[in-house]
Design a protein around this ligand. Structure first.
Ligand SMILES: [Mg+2]
Length: 122
C-alpha cells in the first residue's frame, strides 16, 4: 500500500481485508470484533474525556485521538467485510436518509452568532 494514497471506503475495506487475511492470519469472529469495537470506542472516549473533559492524562501518556479514531474505523471496516456490508453503498444510503429525514430538523440550532448548541446529530 502506498501510504500517501487517498483511501476510499471500498479501498479501506480491501486494505483491511488484505491485512487481516495476510498479516493478521484471519478474521476474529463477528462477535469478537463487536467487542473490539466497543473496546476501541472506549479508547476514543478516554481520549475525549482527557482532551475535552475533566480527566487528565497520566504522566508520560501521549494523547492520540486520531489513532483511536482510526482504530474504530479499522474494526468497522473489518465487521463490514465479514458481514457483507459495502460501506460505500451504506454511506450513500445513510446520507440520503439523514438528508431527507433531517432537512429541517436542526434549523432551530442556529444561534445569532452562527454557532450551534450541542444537540444530537445522528
Ligand atoms: Mg485503540
Amino acid at each position: 500500500m502506498n501510504t500517501n494514497e487517498e483511501i476510499s471506503l471500498s479501498r479501506l475495506q480491501q486494505i483491511v481485508d488484505d491485512w487481516i487475511t495476510g498479516i493478521g492470519h484471519g478474521y476474529f469472529s463477528p462477535l469478537t470484533n463487536m467487542a473490539v469495537l466497543a473496546e476501541e470506542t472506549g479508547e476514543v472516549a478516554r481520549q475525549m474525556s482527557r482532551l475535552y473533559g475533566d480527566q487528565t492524562f497520566k504522566a508520560g501518556e501521549t494523547p492520540d485521538l486520531a489513532d483511536e479514531l482510526a482504530d474504530v474505523i479499522w474494526v468497522v471496516a473489518a465487521i463490514a467485510n465479514q458481514t457483507g456490508v459495502d460501506l460505500t453503498e451504506a454511506m450513500r444510503r445513510n446520507l440520503v436518509k439523514k438528508t431527507t429525514r433531517d432537512l429541517h430538523r436542526h434549523e432551530h440550532r442556529k444561534t445569532t452568532s452562527g454557532t450551534t448548541d450541542n444537540c444530537d446529530q445522528n
